[in-house]
Design a protein around this ligand. Sequence first.
Ligand SMILES: NC(=O)C1=CN([C@@H]2O[C@H](COP(=O)(O)OP(=O)(O)OC[C@H]3O[C@@H](n4cnc5c(N)ncnc54)[C@H](OP(=O)(O)O)[C@@H]3O)[C@@H](O)[C@H]2O)C=CC1
Ligand SMILES: CC(=O)C(=O)O
Ligand SMILES: [Mg+2]
Length: 760
Amino acid sequence: MSANDKTSKTSVSFTDQEALQFHQEGRPGKLEVTPTKPMATQRDLSLAYSPGVAVPVRAIADDPSRAFDYTTRGNLVAVISNGTAILGMGNLGALASKPVMEGKAVLFKRFADVDSIDLEVDTEEVEEFINSVRYLGPSFGGINLEDIKAPDCFIIEQRLRELMDIPVFHDDQHGTAIIAAAGMINALHLTGRDMKTVKVVCNGAGAAGIACIELIKAMGVPHENVILCDTKGVIYKGRAEGMNQWKSAHAVESEARSLYDALKGADVFLGVSVKGALTHDMLRAMAPNPIIFAMANPDPEITPEEAAEVRDDAIVATGRSDYPNQVNNVLGFPYIFRGALDVQATTINDEMKVACAQALAELAREEVPDEVAAAYRGNRPKFGPEYIIPVPFDPRLISSIPPAVAQAAMDSGVARRPIVDMEVYKQQLSARRDPVAGTLQRIFSKVRQMPKRVVFAEGEEEPVIRAAVSFVNQGLGQAILIGREDEVKSVALAAGVDINRPGIVIQNARLSNRNSDYAQFLFGRLQRKGYLLRDCQRMVNNDRNYWGAIMVARGDADAMVTGLTRNYSVALDTVRACIDTKPGHRVIGVSLALARGRTVLIADTAVIDMPTSEELADIAEEAAHVARKLGYEPRVAMLAYSTFGHPKGERSEKVQEAVKILDRRRVDFEYDGEMAADIALNMDKMASYPFCRLTGPANVLVMPAFHSASISTKMLQELGGSTVIGPLLVGLDKPVQIVPMGAKDSDIVNMAAIAAFNVT
Ligand SMILES: NC(=O)C1=CN([C@@H]2O[C@H](COP(=O)(O)OP(=O)(O)OC[C@H]3O[C@@H](n4cnc5c(N)ncnc54)[C@H](OP(=O)(O)O)[C@@H]3O)[C@@H](O)[C@H]2O)C=CC1
Ligand SMILES: CC(=O)C(=O)O
Ligand SMILES: [Mg+2]
């Protein structure tokens, strides 16, 4: 059975094939190692390696704490597993666990800028595992143990904590416990319950189950109020079968023998077991306003829909991202390690765990910003039964959770390098956020609120078909694939993509009843430019970009994406033959470059070859407009090779003149120039020009000409490691986006969403 066949949720937005393709495409897997220092010259090499490397070697030998200054150790976490309890799928071995461990490693990076590497250790012997890990301390700032079955995980973690002087943290135990505790604090609050009286049943007495109940007991739930169950039912005092010392520690005097018995009148169900373990009858037997945390992955003990069939008074959380209330350790481990690493903590202790749980609970009670609304598909969540815990995409997590963890480490005496200024630390944390995801997330969310009909003009191309399906699956709207139906279907079939779903429309230009209408429309626009009606008829029949663009021009579709198989300028000419420039605007290309916590817009990267001063001023206005549309307050730098008059040159004079034109136009955004790129982007360098009107580093760069825009953007992408989105085509009366030739399906989806969002 496939992974998706097993999932009971119908809205799963990917197929098994897409999941495999996602992992396979480009470089197989999900991460790569990138150097942080130049390795270009002989000098670089002699510094990075022999002989230069000998200097930090001696320094570290003299003072081991210097390893945090001269190596990756201080920001590097190993995710280590033997694959004996992979999610809720059981023991599938070390190798099969690698996708999960790689996933965890990239989540560390994505959410908290922690560098991480996965290590799969191929042994089920506890001692062998311990010995494989115990000597790795010098390499890492922390060890995240993952998906190791109970009770082995308890022994392994305990021993490694004793043997190593860095944090060793089994995430399935404590990560899960922390998040469950945070959710429980809020669920108890909402239902008017108290930790001291609440009755809890935990199903699953493994890594996650034991840790969850240990933490909630540490937070005040009495021992006798918690019943623990496993595959054999209730763990009662005196039970002999299937026991171990960790289960025994939580055995209670109870008449109950089955999960059903245990749940009669219970307030809280904590599920860290397997899919479907909680039945309707069990749920019916629980107290009013029951709290259900069905945390088994990938499928919960009960789905929210199933729970709603019998109880409309329940608060339901699952481990999944596609339901409200995701109680998943992804909310914790990136930030816990971030805080621990930043104070060079020797361990992650209970104080740090409780601080994390409380900080998470408090965050969920605050008003939520736009990006959280975005993660909720545009519905701004409000603290309540459907929002008891922050979402992983909450941008506030990075600046609120690590400080709480770091502070607790400092207060409890395990911080080797305390934070001196917490406010400065919080600002540094915010700067670690990944801007790519944030920007796209905002766009996707806006489009989901108002789904659009988007033409995917090159409908017979496999990446385009994939993109169209993904567009529809993500709730962004309807995808109109232009092509011959048979051909589209056979390409989809060969690629294993199911296009028989609502929201995917195939349109063959030749067979459409709008065919002659569209030819007339095009003829109306081109008849005085040397075209006959039959030329226009041929263009409409044969060139899907004409067809798609006319659909958009005539209002038969809302937006279009194309470009995979055509040169940019050829596609652009076609589009402009069908769609006018927006009145009062100028058509330009704006690229978004996102790198190292910064987003800059670069213009014009697509259209005007050698802009005049007037045109440069127009470009600045268009680009500033786009910046605002994307949620950035523009600070526009008019770039040149010179800065404020030095050295002199003809192009620089054009830029100076453009600044004067902007002065005359009294535009309502910050701009200045001409200036070189390093001055625009670096406030220390800008300080040499105290009269400069920019109040911060520029976030919109207007290039002096198309060639410099195009060259610098491509170099940023290829050499600088920036993610570049675009060029986004702006200034057209109707939204069309052109992807670069050879774009991947994910790029096409992004551009389709941007087209639907309509940046113009
Ligand atoms: N949402 C989240 O963040 C997280 C969720 N989890 C999920 O929790 C589950 C357990 O993970 P983990 O603790 O690491 O695994 P372990 O292998 O350590 O423990 C599994 C436990 O579940 C029990 N169990 C299995 N089937 C049933 C059943 N039908 N009824 C009752 N108990 C059962 C086992 O019982 P026995 O002891 O008798 O074998 C065992 O105690 C997985 O589904 C995992 O995905 C885990 C970590 C984080
Ligand atoms: C989320 C997680 O770690 C698990 O399900 O195992
Ligand atoms: Mg896990």
